[in-house]
Design a protein around this ligand. Structure first.
Ligand code: HEM
Length: 432
Protein backbone atom coordinates (compact mmCIF):
# COMPACT_ATOMS: atom_id res chain seq x y z
CA UNK A 1 0.00 0.00 0.00
CA UNK A 2 2.83 2.35 0.93
CA UNK A 3 4.68 1.70 -2.37
CA UNK A 4 1.46 2.25 -4.34
CA UNK A 5 0.93 5.54 -2.51
CA UNK A 6 4.50 6.70 -3.12
CA UNK A 7 4.25 5.72 -6.84
CA UNK A 8 1.08 7.79 -7.10
CA UNK A 9 2.78 10.70 -5.32
CA UNK A 10 5.75 10.48 -7.72
CA UNK A 11 3.41 10.54 -10.73
CA UNK A 12 1.74 13.66 -9.33
CA UNK A 13 5.11 15.31 -8.78
CA UNK A 14 6.26 14.51 -12.33
CA UNK A 15 2.94 15.84 -13.66
CA UNK A 16 3.37 19.08 -11.70
CA UNK A 17 6.97 19.37 -12.91
CA UNK A 18 5.87 18.95 -16.55
CA UNK A 19 3.27 21.69 -16.12
CA UNK A 20 6.02 23.97 -14.78
CA UNK A 21 8.17 23.19 -17.83
CA UNK A 22 5.27 24.15 -20.14
CA UNK A 23 4.64 27.33 -18.15
CA UNK A 24 8.34 28.22 -18.22
CA UNK A 25 8.43 27.72 -22.00
CA UNK A 26 5.37 29.92 -22.45
CA UNK A 27 6.90 32.75 -20.44
CA UNK A 28 10.45 32.42 -21.80
CA UNK A 29 10.08 32.18 -25.58
CA UNK A 30 10.15 28.37 -25.62
CA UNK A 31 13.13 28.06 -23.24
CA UNK A 32 12.93 25.95 -20.06
CA UNK A 33 15.43 24.45 -17.66
CA UNK A 34 13.98 20.97 -18.07
CA UNK A 35 16.60 19.31 -15.93
CA UNK A 36 15.15 15.80 -16.05
CA UNK A 37 15.06 15.66 -19.86
CA UNK A 38 17.67 13.50 -21.62
CA UNK A 39 18.55 16.44 -23.89
CA UNK A 40 19.50 18.56 -20.90
CA UNK A 41 21.44 15.79 -19.15
CA UNK A 42 23.40 15.00 -22.33
CA UNK A 43 24.08 18.63 -23.23
CA UNK A 44 23.10 21.24 -20.61
CA UNK A 45 25.15 23.91 -22.44
CA UNK A 46 22.54 24.17 -25.18
CA UNK A 47 19.99 25.24 -22.56
CA UNK A 48 22.41 27.65 -20.83
CA UNK A 49 23.27 29.27 -24.19
CA UNK A 50 19.58 29.76 -25.00
CA UNK A 51 18.94 31.12 -21.51
CA UNK A 52 21.81 33.63 -21.82
CA UNK A 53 20.72 34.92 -25.21
CA UNK A 54 17.14 35.35 -23.98
CA UNK A 55 17.83 36.75 -20.50
CA UNK A 56 21.28 36.62 -18.81
CA UNK A 57 19.42 36.40 -15.48
CA UNK A 58 16.44 34.14 -15.98
CA UNK A 59 13.98 32.92 -13.35
CA UNK A 60 13.41 29.21 -13.76
CA UNK A 61 10.09 27.83 -12.47
CA UNK A 62 11.44 24.28 -12.30
CA UNK A 63 14.23 25.15 -9.86
CA UNK A 64 12.73 28.33 -8.32
CA UNK A 65 16.10 30.04 -8.82
CA UNK A 66 17.35 32.99 -10.88
CA UNK A 67 19.98 31.53 -13.24
CA UNK A 68 22.93 33.74 -14.14
CA UNK A 69 24.66 32.63 -17.35
CA UNK A 70 26.60 35.77 -18.32
CA UNK A 71 30.28 35.83 -17.27
CA UNK A 72 30.31 39.51 -16.25
CA UNK A 73 27.32 39.09 -13.90
CA UNK A 74 28.51 35.71 -12.61
CA UNK A 75 31.89 37.14 -11.61
CA UNK A 76 30.29 40.19 -10.03
CA UNK A 77 27.94 38.06 -7.94
CA UNK A 78 30.78 35.84 -6.76
CA UNK A 79 32.95 38.73 -5.62
CA UNK A 80 30.48 41.44 -4.54
CA UNK A 81 29.48 41.88 -0.87
CA UNK A 82 25.84 42.51 -1.90
CA UNK A 83 25.62 38.76 -2.56
CA UNK A 84 25.93 36.36 0.32
CA UNK A 85 26.43 32.62 0.79
CA UNK A 86 25.08 32.31 4.33
CA UNK A 87 21.60 30.84 3.93
CA UNK A 88 20.95 31.02 7.70
CA UNK A 89 20.21 34.74 7.29
CA UNK A 90 17.29 34.41 4.87
CA UNK A 91 13.68 33.21 5.02
CA UNK A 92 14.68 29.91 3.35
CA UNK A 93 16.53 29.00 6.58
CA UNK A 94 13.31 28.45 8.54
CA UNK A 95 12.14 25.94 5.96
CA UNK A 96 15.45 24.06 6.22
CA UNK A 97 15.36 24.09 10.04
CA UNK A 98 11.82 22.67 10.00
CA UNK A 99 12.85 19.96 7.51
CA UNK A 100 15.81 18.90 9.68
CA UNK A 101 13.62 18.83 12.81
CA UNK A 102 10.85 16.87 11.07
CA UNK A 103 13.35 14.28 9.80
CA UNK A 104 14.99 14.02 13.26
CA UNK A 105 18.30 15.24 11.82
CA UNK A 106 19.79 16.81 14.95
CA UNK A 107 23.39 16.62 13.70
CA UNK A 108 22.52 18.21 10.35
CA UNK A 109 20.66 20.98 12.12
CA UNK A 110 23.65 21.65 14.39
CA UNK A 111 25.97 21.78 11.38
CA UNK A 112 23.52 24.00 9.51
CA UNK A 113 23.83 26.48 12.38
CA UNK A 114 27.66 26.14 12.31
CA UNK A 115 28.44 25.89 8.58
CA UNK A 116 31.75 25.38 6.82
CA UNK A 117 33.52 28.39 5.27
CA UNK A 118 31.80 27.68 1.95
CA UNK A 119 28.58 28.89 3.55
CA UNK A 120 30.00 31.75 5.62
CA UNK A 121 30.25 35.48 4.88
CA UNK A 122 32.95 37.72 6.40
CA UNK A 123 34.22 38.03 9.08
CA UNK A 124 33.74 34.32 9.95
CA UNK A 125 34.63 33.25 6.43
CA UNK A 126 37.94 35.12 6.45
CA UNK A 127 38.80 33.77 9.94
CA UNK A 128 38.43 30.11 8.92
CA UNK A 129 39.78 30.49 5.38
CA UNK A 130 43.02 31.97 6.76
CA UNK A 131 43.52 28.88 8.94
CA UNK A 132 42.82 26.42 6.12
CA UNK A 133 45.06 28.26 3.65
CA UNK A 134 48.12 27.43 5.77
CA UNK A 135 47.62 23.81 4.72
CA UNK A 136 47.50 24.65 1.00
CA UNK A 137 50.58 26.78 0.30
CA UNK A 138 51.99 26.36 -3.22
CA UNK A 139 55.27 25.11 -1.76
CA UNK A 140 53.57 22.36 0.23
CA UNK A 141 51.27 21.32 -2.64
CA UNK A 142 54.22 21.13 -5.09
CA UNK A 143 56.15 19.01 -2.58
CA UNK A 144 53.40 16.38 -2.85
CA UNK A 145 54.19 15.71 -6.51
CA UNK A 146 56.33 12.52 -6.02
CA UNK A 147 53.71 11.09 -3.67
CA UNK A 148 50.89 11.85 -6.14
CA UNK A 149 52.89 10.17 -8.92
CA UNK A 150 53.33 7.05 -6.81
CA UNK A 151 49.58 6.94 -6.00
CA UNK A 152 48.81 7.12 -9.76
CA UNK A 153 51.36 4.37 -10.47
CA UNK A 154 49.96 2.13 -7.74
CA UNK A 155 46.39 2.57 -9.03
CA UNK A 156 47.42 1.68 -12.58
CA UNK A 157 49.72 -1.19 -11.48
CA UNK A 158 46.65 -2.93 -10.11
CA UNK A 159 45.10 -3.13 -13.60
CA UNK A 160 48.26 -3.57 -15.68
CA UNK A 161 47.28 -6.95 -17.15
CA UNK A 162 43.69 -6.01 -18.05
CA UNK A 163 42.43 -5.29 -21.60
CA UNK A 164 40.15 -2.58 -20.30
CA UNK A 165 39.60 -0.56 -17.17
CA UNK A 166 37.15 1.88 -15.59
CA UNK A 167 38.87 5.28 -15.49
CA UNK A 168 36.62 6.48 -12.68
CA UNK A 169 36.74 3.43 -10.40
CA UNK A 170 40.36 2.51 -11.05
CA UNK A 171 42.02 5.94 -11.02
CA UNK A 172 39.93 9.12 -10.95
CA UNK A 173 38.11 8.17 -7.73
CA UNK A 174 40.88 6.67 -5.59
CA UNK A 175 43.65 9.15 -6.54
CA UNK A 176 42.27 12.39 -5.01
CA UNK A 177 40.67 10.47 -2.14
CA UNK A 178 44.02 8.89 -1.14
CA UNK A 179 45.83 12.24 -1.45
CA UNK A 180 43.35 14.24 0.64
CA UNK A 181 43.17 11.45 3.24
CA UNK A 182 46.98 11.57 3.55
CA UNK A 183 46.99 15.37 3.84
CA UNK A 184 44.37 15.21 6.55
CA UNK A 185 46.04 12.31 8.34
CA UNK A 186 43.09 9.90 7.97
CA UNK A 187 43.90 6.17 8.28
CA UNK A 188 44.19 4.26 4.95
CA UNK A 189 41.84 1.58 6.24
CA UNK A 190 38.95 4.08 6.28
CA UNK A 191 39.31 5.02 2.61
CA UNK A 192 36.57 2.81 1.14
CA UNK A 193 34.17 3.77 3.90
CA UNK A 194 34.49 7.53 3.57
CA UNK A 195 34.47 7.35 -0.22
CA UNK A 196 31.17 5.53 -0.10
CA UNK A 197 29.74 7.99 2.47
CA UNK A 198 30.78 10.95 0.36
CA UNK A 199 29.20 9.45 -2.77
CA UNK A 200 25.96 8.84 -0.88
CA UNK A 201 26.05 12.36 0.53
CA UNK A 202 26.28 13.98 -2.90
CA UNK A 203 23.15 12.19 -4.13
CA UNK A 204 21.24 14.66 -1.93
CA UNK A 205 23.11 17.73 -3.23
CA UNK A 206 21.72 18.85 -6.58
CA UNK A 207 20.61 15.31 -7.48
CA UNK A 208 18.02 15.14 -10.27
CA UNK A 209 14.89 13.10 -9.53
CA UNK A 210 16.25 12.18 -6.09
CA UNK A 211 14.01 9.62 -4.36
CA UNK A 212 13.00 9.74 -0.70
CA UNK A 213 15.29 6.76 -0.09
CA UNK A 214 18.24 8.61 -1.65
CA UNK A 215 17.56 11.69 0.46
CA UNK A 216 17.61 9.47 3.54
CA UNK A 217 20.82 7.79 2.36
CA UNK A 218 22.40 11.21 1.84
CA UNK A 219 21.37 12.41 5.33
CA UNK A 220 22.64 9.19 6.92
CA UNK A 221 25.98 9.57 5.12
CA UNK A 222 26.28 13.20 6.26
CA UNK A 223 25.71 12.24 9.88
CA UNK A 224 28.07 9.26 9.66
CA UNK A 225 30.82 11.52 8.31
CA UNK A 226 30.34 14.06 11.09
CA UNK A 227 30.39 11.26 13.71
CA UNK A 228 33.50 9.87 12.02
CA UNK A 229 35.34 13.21 12.27
CA UNK A 230 34.19 13.67 15.86
CA UNK A 231 35.75 10.32 16.79
CA UNK A 232 39.00 11.00 14.90
CA UNK A 233 39.36 14.46 16.45
CA UNK A 234 38.64 13.24 19.99
CA UNK A 235 41.09 10.34 19.58
CA UNK A 236 43.84 12.72 18.48
CA UNK A 237 43.35 15.52 21.00
CA UNK A 238 46.30 14.39 23.16
CA UNK A 239 48.78 14.14 20.29
CA UNK A 240 47.45 16.22 17.39
CA UNK A 241 50.48 15.80 15.05
CA UNK A 242 51.49 17.95 12.10
CA UNK A 243 48.95 16.95 9.45
CA UNK A 244 45.91 19.06 8.58
CA UNK A 245 43.59 17.74 11.31
CA UNK A 246 46.41 18.10 13.85
CA UNK A 247 46.80 21.77 12.91
CA UNK A 248 43.04 22.38 13.21
CA UNK A 249 43.02 20.76 16.67
CA UNK A 250 45.81 23.08 17.80
CA UNK A 251 43.95 26.10 16.38
CA UNK A 252 40.79 25.07 18.24
CA UNK A 253 42.71 24.75 21.50
CA UNK A 254 44.26 28.19 21.09
CA UNK A 255 40.83 29.72 21.68
CA UNK A 256 38.92 32.06 19.44
CA UNK A 257 40.11 30.75 16.06
CA UNK A 258 37.73 27.85 15.40
CA UNK A 259 35.01 26.09 17.36
CA UNK A 260 34.59 22.33 17.41
CA UNK A 261 31.50 22.30 15.12
CA UNK A 262 33.32 24.49 12.60
CA UNK A 263 36.16 22.01 12.73
CA UNK A 264 33.85 19.11 11.78
CA UNK A 265 32.40 21.23 8.95
CA UNK A 266 35.89 22.12 7.69
CA UNK A 267 36.98 18.47 7.65
CA UNK A 268 33.81 17.43 5.84
CA UNK A 269 34.19 20.21 3.27
CA UNK A 270 37.82 19.32 2.53
CA UNK A 271 37.10 15.65 2.22
CA UNK A 272 34.18 16.12 -0.18
CA UNK A 273 35.58 19.10 -2.14
CA UNK A 274 38.98 17.43 -2.17
CA UNK A 275 38.05 14.41 -4.17
CA UNK A 276 34.57 14.42 -5.75
CA UNK A 277 35.49 17.39 -7.96
CA UNK A 278 38.93 16.22 -9.10
CA UNK A 279 37.46 12.79 -9.95
CA UNK A 280 35.07 14.54 -12.31
CA UNK A 281 37.77 16.73 -13.85
CA UNK A 282 39.81 13.65 -14.82
CA UNK A 283 36.71 11.80 -16.15
CA UNK A 284 35.16 14.75 -18.01
CA UNK A 285 38.52 15.82 -19.41
CA UNK A 286 39.48 12.41 -20.74
CA UNK A 287 36.00 11.88 -22.22
CA UNK A 288 36.23 15.24 -24.04
CA UNK A 289 39.64 14.31 -25.42
CA UNK A 290 38.28 11.00 -26.73
CA UNK A 291 35.55 12.98 -28.51
CA UNK A 292 38.28 15.14 -30.13
CA UNK A 293 40.67 12.47 -31.34
CA UNK A 294 43.07 14.79 -33.19
CA UNK A 295 43.62 16.82 -30.02
CA UNK A 296 44.03 13.59 -28.04
CA UNK A 297 46.82 12.54 -30.44
CA UNK A 298 48.47 15.94 -30.32
CA UNK A 299 48.41 16.05 -26.52
CA UNK A 300 49.85 12.58 -26.02
CA UNK A 301 52.90 13.66 -28.04
CA UNK A 302 53.21 17.06 -26.34
CA UNK A 303 53.02 16.73 -22.56
CA UNK A 304 53.97 20.41 -22.17
CA UNK A 305 50.47 21.28 -23.43
CA UNK A 306 48.73 19.30 -20.67
CA UNK A 307 48.36 22.25 -18.22
CA UNK A 308 46.66 24.40 -20.90
CA UNK A 309 44.51 21.45 -21.97
CA UNK A 310 43.38 21.04 -18.34
CA UNK A 311 42.26 24.70 -18.21
CA UNK A 312 40.26 24.12 -21.41
CA UNK A 313 38.74 20.92 -19.95
CA UNK A 314 37.76 22.90 -16.85
CA UNK A 315 36.16 25.59 -18.99
CA UNK A 316 34.40 23.27 -21.41
CA UNK A 317 33.15 20.50 -19.07
CA UNK A 318 33.39 21.93 -15.53
CA UNK A 319 32.96 19.45 -12.62
CA UNK A 320 30.96 22.05 -10.61
CA UNK A 321 28.20 23.52 -12.77
CA UNK A 322 26.64 26.05 -10.43
CA UNK A 323 26.80 27.67 -7.03
CA UNK A 324 24.22 29.73 -5.13
CA UNK A 325 24.27 33.32 -3.84
CA UNK A 326 21.57 35.30 -2.00
CA UNK A 327 20.69 39.01 -2.26
CA UNK A 328 21.94 40.38 1.08
CA UNK A 329 19.27 43.15 1.06
CA UNK A 330 16.46 44.37 -1.19
CA UNK A 331 18.32 45.49 -4.30
CA UNK A 332 18.35 46.54 -7.92
CA UNK A 333 20.61 44.60 -10.24
CA UNK A 334 20.81 44.99 -14.02
CA UNK A 335 17.78 47.30 -13.79
CA UNK A 336 15.60 44.74 -11.99
CA UNK A 337 14.48 44.69 -8.37
CA UNK A 338 15.11 41.70 -6.14
CA UNK A 339 13.95 41.06 -2.58
CA UNK A 340 16.36 40.29 0.27
CA UNK A 341 17.11 36.55 0.24
CA UNK A 342 16.44 36.07 -3.49
CA UNK A 343 18.45 33.02 -4.54
CA UNK A 344 20.66 33.20 -7.65
CA UNK A 345 22.16 30.10 -9.26
CA UNK A 346 25.46 31.35 -10.64
CA UNK A 347 25.90 29.08 -13.65
CA UNK A 348 29.63 28.37 -13.87
CA UNK A 349 29.02 26.18 -16.91
CA UNK A 350 26.87 28.86 -18.58
CA UNK A 351 29.35 31.70 -17.88
CA UNK A 352 32.27 29.65 -19.27
CA UNK A 353 30.40 29.40 -22.59
CA UNK A 354 29.59 33.13 -22.77
CA UNK A 355 30.87 34.39 -26.18
CA UNK A 356 31.76 37.71 -24.51
CA UNK A 357 34.25 35.82 -22.31
CA UNK A 358 35.71 33.33 -24.82
CA UNK A 359 35.68 33.32 -28.64
CA UNK A 360 33.88 30.30 -30.18
CA UNK A 361 33.00 29.11 -26.68
CA UNK A 362 31.31 25.89 -27.82
CA UNK A 363 34.50 24.70 -29.47
CA UNK A 364 36.92 22.57 -27.44
CA UNK A 365 40.46 23.69 -28.19
CA UNK A 366 43.42 22.65 -26.06
CA UNK A 367 45.52 25.34 -27.77
CA UNK A 368 43.10 28.13 -26.82
CA UNK A 369 44.91 31.23 -25.56
CA UNK A 370 43.74 33.28 -22.56
CA UNK A 371 41.17 30.78 -21.38
CA UNK A 372 38.60 32.53 -19.21
CA UNK A 373 36.72 30.28 -16.80
CA UNK A 374 35.27 30.37 -13.30
CA UNK A 375 35.35 26.61 -12.76
CA UNK A 376 37.22 27.11 -9.48
CA UNK A 377 34.86 29.95 -8.53
CA UNK A 378 35.87 33.60 -8.27
CA UNK A 379 36.38 36.17 -5.51
CA UNK A 380 36.64 35.43 -1.79
CA UNK A 381 35.38 31.83 -2.00
CA UNK A 382 37.63 30.85 -4.89
CA UNK A 383 38.75 27.23 -4.57
CA UNK A 384 41.52 26.59 -2.06
CA UNK A 385 42.43 23.27 -3.68
CA UNK A 386 42.86 24.51 -7.28
CA UNK A 387 46.61 23.93 -7.46
CA UNK A 388 46.25 20.47 -5.90
CA UNK A 389 43.55 19.54 -8.44
CA UNK A 390 45.73 20.85 -11.29
CA UNK A 391 48.76 18.80 -10.19
CA UNK A 392 46.75 15.61 -9.58
CA UNK A 393 45.04 15.77 -12.97
CA UNK A 394 48.25 16.68 -14.83
CA UNK A 395 50.08 13.68 -13.38
CA UNK A 396 47.07 11.42 -14.06
CA UNK A 397 47.01 12.44 -17.76
CA UNK A 398 50.80 12.12 -18.15
CA UNK A 399 50.91 8.61 -16.71
CA UNK A 400 47.82 7.50 -18.64
CA UNK A 401 49.35 8.67 -21.96
CA UNK A 402 52.63 7.02 -21.08
CA UNK A 403 51.10 3.66 -20.23
CA UNK A 404 48.20 3.57 -22.67
CA UNK A 405 49.00 5.67 -25.76
CA UNK A 406 46.41 3.73 -27.79
CA UNK A 407 43.59 3.87 -25.24
CA UNK A 408 40.02 4.39 -26.52
CA UNK A 409 36.49 4.70 -25.17
CA UNK A 410 34.74 1.31 -24.83
CA UNK A 411 31.21 2.71 -24.86
CA UNK A 412 30.48 5.40 -27.44
CA UNK A 413 28.00 7.23 -25.25
CA UNK A 414 28.67 6.70 -21.55
CA UNK A 415 25.92 7.88 -19.21
CA UNK A 416 26.30 11.28 -17.50
CA UNK A 417 25.37 11.38 -13.82
CA UNK A 418 22.09 13.16 -13.05
CA UNK A 419 23.00 16.19 -10.98
CA UNK A 420 22.38 19.92 -11.40
CA UNK A 421 25.48 20.94 -9.45
CA UNK A 422 28.12 18.27 -10.09
CA UNK A 423 28.66 17.03 -13.63
CA UNK A 424 30.51 13.81 -14.33
CA UNK A 425 30.46 10.06 -14.89
CA UNK A 426 30.09 7.27 -12.39
CA UNK A 427 31.89 4.95 -14.82
CA UNK A 428 34.02 5.47 -17.90
CA UNK A 429 35.13 2.21 -19.50
CA UNK A 430 38.35 2.40 -21.49
CA UNK A 431 40.04 -0.12 -23.80
CA UNK A 432 43.70 -0.16 -22.91
C1 HEM B 1 38.75 20.10 -10.24
C2 HEM B 1 38.63 20.18 -8.94
C3 HEM B 1 37.89 21.24 -8.21
C4 HEM B 1 36.89 22.08 -8.65
C5 HEM B 1 36.28 22.17 -10.03
C6 HEM B 1 36.53 22.91 -7.52
C7 HEM B 1 35.57 23.91 -7.57
C8 HEM B 1 35.33 24.80 -6.55
C9 HEM B 1 34.43 25.94 -6.64
C10 HEM B 1 33.60 26.31 -7.86
C11 HEM B 1 34.47 26.60 -5.45
C12 HEM B 1 33.73 27.89 -5.10
C13 HEM B 1 32.32 27.64 -4.63
C14 HEM B 1 31.57 28.92 -4.37
O1 HEM B 1 32.06 30.04 -4.57
O2 HEM B 1 30.40 28.81 -3.96
C15 HEM B 1 35.36 25.85 -4.59
C16 HEM B 1 35.62 26.18 -3.28
C17 HEM B 1 36.39 25.39 -2.46
N1 HEM B 1 37.14 24.29 -2.82
FE1 HEM B 1 37.30 23.49 -4.65
N2 HEM B 1 37.28 22.56 -6.43
C18 HEM B 1 38.13 21.54 -6.82
C19 HEM B 1 39.06 20.90 -6.04
C20 HEM B 1 39.26 21.13 -4.73
C21 HEM B 1 40.22 20.47 -3.88
C22 HEM B 1 41.20 19.40 -4.37
C23 HEM B 1 40.06 20.95 -2.62
C24 HEM B 1 40.77 20.62 -1.34
C25 HEM B 1 41.51 19.62 -1.12
C26 HEM B 1 39.03 21.98 -2.67
C27 HEM B 1 38.60 22.73 -1.60
C28 HEM B 1 37.76 23.81 -1.69
C29 HEM B 1 37.38 24.63 -0.55
C30 HEM B 1 37.84 24.44 0.88
C31 HEM B 1 36.52 25.62 -1.03
C32 HEM B 1 35.82 26.71 -0.22
C33 HEM B 1 36.60 28.00 -0.26
C34 HEM B 1 35.86 29.12 0.45
O3 HEM B 1 34.66 29.02 0.74
O4 HEM B 1 36.54 30.11 0.75
N3 HEM B 1 38.57 22.05 -3.95
N4 HEM B 1 35.89 24.79 -5.28
Amino acid sequence: MKTLFSKFKNLLLIGAYKILVIFEKLTNKGIALDFISKDYIDNPYKTYNLMRSHKPILFSQTTRLHWVTKMEFAQEMLRDKRFSVDDRKYPIADKRRKEFKKAGREIMLEQFENPSMLKLDPPDHSRIRKLVQYGFTNRYISSLEPEIKSVVDNCLDKIHNQDSFDLIEDLAKPLPAIVIAKMMGLPDKDLDQFQSWSEDLLVGVGGIGTSKEDIKKSGDAYESLINYFEEIILERKDSPGEDFIGKLIKAEEEGDKLNIKEMYGTCLLLLIAGHETTTRLIGNGMFTLFKHQEQFNHLKNNYNLIPNAIEEMLRYEPPVHATVRFAENDMTYDEKSYKRGTAFAVSIAGANRDPEANKNPNEFNILREEIKHISFGYGPHMCIGASLARIESRIAFEVLFERYPGMALLEKNPVWGKNLIFRGFNHLKIKS
